[in-house]
Unconditional design. Structure first.
Length: 357
């Protein structure tokens, strides 16, 4: 390709995972933004990668923190991070902000949840979160909540009655309904119910790797048919071996394109740009992290102590350029690659987010 496309990561991280407070297993389990490290290296690596915007996870996902109060605090924390690094970061509320980030050489930060449990029983909290700038809400994490079943919930019960109201409220406030981590029935029911297109911001294709965190062709097809978006992650679930490679990422992207069409597929890496420097030390800590997730009931099938939560040969500041190269070798033309790297997410956002928010 002659020029770098508009790279938008539908689910990723801004963090230096080598910093002490970012690296601990307990810190990863509690999912606190105050334990991230957004330092000079984090920002320099993000810029060097070509990243224009990223949907980051904030608020309550799992653990023993009070969901609503913790989520409000996390929004304050991220507002502070963006203010502190205003020369490098821009809070994204609208599609115009995504364009502005590119024009001004900043990284757009999209506020998103990976669990909607913080809504509690008060549907008005959806409006509160939207007003505070939350643009993406994932309905469930791996386990069931009062909104619907996650991918690891054995009953596969679908949306609850309250969950239907949550989807309707998210629609009313122009917030993306993200069905990553959801159970199959929850995904299908939410996609059918939603008045606006929905997304699966970070997933793989179950037809290629039959694991609960991946989506069936039926789910992928329904989301795309209603104008939605599917982001393929750089995660171990892309291979039954648990050791996914860059080639697996390309295979899952290609399968998703064949099922959904080239206008509805993108990337949601579920990882940072900055690479882990000491992989041996990280592997030693990983066993504790996986054990803690399993004990807390939030782990997923396919997670093991030896399965790195990233693709070893598709990481670091060159990960997007390497993916472009691999897609070119696969025969993908420039226009299709531009869509996958960010244009499709941009267009999807244009279908969901209001012009002003």
């Amino acid at each position: 390709m002659n020029s770098t496309p508009m790279i938008i990561n539908a689910l990723g991280q801004l963090d230096n995972p080598n910093a002490p407070r970012s690296a601990g297993a307990a810190a990863q389990l509690n999912q606190s933004s105050e334990q991230l490290t957004i330092d000079a290296r984090t920002l320099a690596d993000a810029h060097a990668s070509g990243l224009i915007a990223v949907n980051i996870t904030l608020g309550y996902t799992m653990g023993d923190l009070p969901p609503y109060e913790h989520t409000l605090h996390e929004i304050d924390v991220w507002d502070g991070i963006v203010r502190e690094h205003a020369a490098d970061l821009l809070k994204v509320r609208t599609v115009a902000d995504l364009h502005r980030a590119r024009e001004e050489g900043r990284i757009g930060v999209v506020y998103g949840f990976q669990n909607a449990v913080a809504v509690g029983e008060d549907i008005d909290r959806v409006a509160t979160f939207a007003e505070l700038g939350v643009r993406v809400v994932q309905l469930t994490y791996n386990q069931a909540n009062h909104i619907g079943d996650g991918s690891m919930a054995p009953a596969n019960r679908g949306l609850s009655d309250f969950g239907r109201h949550v989807v309707e409220a998210l629609n009313a406030h122009d917030v993306m309904v993200d069905l990553s981590h959801s159970g199959e029935r929850t995904c299908l029911e939410a996609a059918a119910l939603s008045r606006t297109p929905v997304s699966i911001n970070h997933t793989g294709c179950r037809a290629l790797a039959d694991l609960p965190r991946n989506k069936t062709d039926e789910e992928l097809r329904l989301v795309a048919s209603r104008g939605g978006f599917v982001g393929i992650y750089f995660m171990p679930f892309l291979s039954l071996s648990g050791h996914a490679t860059a080639a697996d990422v390309v295979e899952h992207i290609d399968h998703a394109v064949n099922v959904c069409g080239e206008d509805h597929v993108g990337i949601g890496t579920d990882g940072p740009v900055t690479s882990i420097d000491d992989l041996d030390a990280y592997r030693a800590d990983l066993a504790e992290h996986v054990a803690l997730r399993r004990a807390a009931g939030v782990g997923a099938a396919g997670e093991r102590a030896d399965t790195l939560p990233f693709v070893l040969d598709l990481r670091g500041v060159d990960q997007f350029r390497e993916l472009i190269h691999l897609l070119e070798r696969r025969g993908y033309r420039s226009e299709r690659i531009e869509k996958i790297l960010g244009r499709n997410f941009l267009d999807y956002a244009d279908r969901v987010w209001a012009a002003t928010a």
